[in-house]
Design a binder for this molecule. Structure first.
Ligand SMILES: Nc1ncnc2c1ncn2[C@@H]1O[C@H](COP(=O)(O)OP(=O)(O)OP(=O)(O)O)[C@@H](O)[C@H]1O
Ligand SMILES: [Mg+2]
Length: 297
């Protein structure tokens, strides 16, 4: 059994890899070119959203009066302690759950269920262990009626190349490290070319070095592929490293307590001193709103 040993050390610098990937796209059939081209990212409106979970006599106010807008192509991070409703909100935006009241509009159309315009990447990679890497990415492309099977494979390989794991296309999931699995999950989420990418603690289970590398790569992919991204995290520094805007949540009930614009230049490095200062400001705000001991700086 081949056990890949690298997180890092892909032979080409990342940007060059993206450029090569895009150039490769121009050599392909018009179906594939159409599929791979950048599409306009969506805007999003979350309007008066409330969510109450009831079981027996227990009632949980998971979300209370949530209102915000996300512009086309914006990168917004939702930060807050455990139980403040971040995943619940992401599931509602994805159309996997319904609000008790209120609504979510994507490009002015109310969300009524899941759609390929909104792909979700979960904390646990949620890959299918019985499928190899390539077939995991192909899974999201099965419902693309405009593509033949060979074209789907080519699109899947494009995204595997983009996230730097094309040479593991035929590997089993259990052969991959955590960081490589998250790369497969990212490729699978990107493959249907969604307008919005919803990421729930996507890097939470990874070691610090792998996470740092993926922060850089995600920022590059976001800039190259022009997606609207909503990224959920416990980690305030992570949110400042990635977001144009950080929405701060608190619990009981789950609600937005403050929002911060982050106008630091990109690409951002999580160890940057200015970024650390920005994160400290948000941590202080969180401590002001709640006892913020559950949230990592
Ligand atoms: N299906 C469900 N049934 C009942 N209660 C639920 C359900 N899903 C979530 N909750 C409750 O709603 C609240 C918000 O949960 P949610 O998972 O959205 O929080 P979170 O901010 O994502 O937390 P974490 O950071 O730990 O992932 C919690 O109190 C949780 O127990
Ligand atoms: Mg959660």
């Amino acid at each position: 059994m081949r056990v890949p040993k690298v997180e890092t050390g892909f032979e080409k610098p990342f940007l060059q890899r993206v450029e090569n990937t895009l150039i490769m796209g121009t050599l392909r059939t018009s179906n594939i070119n159409e599929e791979l081209q950048n599409i306009a990212p969506s805007k999003l409106v979350v309007k008066n959203v409330n969510k109450v979970f009831s079981s027996g006599k227990v009632k949980v106010d998971a979300l209370s009066d949530i209102n915000f807008k996300v512009e086309e192509g914006e990168f917004v991070c939702l930060v807050g302690p455990s139980g403040c409703g971040k995943s619940t909100l992401l599931n509602i935006i994805a159309g996997l759950d319904k609000p008790t009241s209120g609504e979510v509009l994507v490009d002015d159309v109310p969300v009524s269920g899941p759609g390929r315009d909104r792909m979700v990447m979960f904390q646990e990679h949620a890959l299918f262990p019985w499928l190899d890497v390539l077939h995991n990415v192909l899974f999201g492309l099965n419902l693309k009626p405009n593509l033949t099977n060979p074209e789907r494979r080519e699109v899947a390989r494009f995204y595997l190349h983009l996230v730097g794991i094309e040479k593991f296309a035929n590997s089993s999931i259990h052969e991959l490290s955590g960081g490589m699995r998250q790369r497969v999950a990212l490729a699978r989420s990107l493959a249907p070319n969604p307008r919005i990418l919803l990421m729930d603690e996507a890097f939470g289970a990874l070691d610090a070095m792998t996470r740092e590398q993926l922060y850089g790569e995600l920022q590059d992919i976001w800039q190259k592929r022009r997606k609207t991204i909503i990224f959920v995290t416990h980690n305030i520094r992570e949110s400042v490293c990635l977001g144009d805007r950080v929405m701060l949540f608190a619990t009981h009930p789950g609600r937005i307590v403050e929002e911060f614009k982050v106008d630091l230049p990109r690409p951002r490095n999580i160890n940057d001193a200015k970024l650390t200062m920005h994160a400290a400001k948000i941590t202080a705000a969180l401590k002001h709103h709640i006892d913020g001991t559950e949230v990592a700086e």
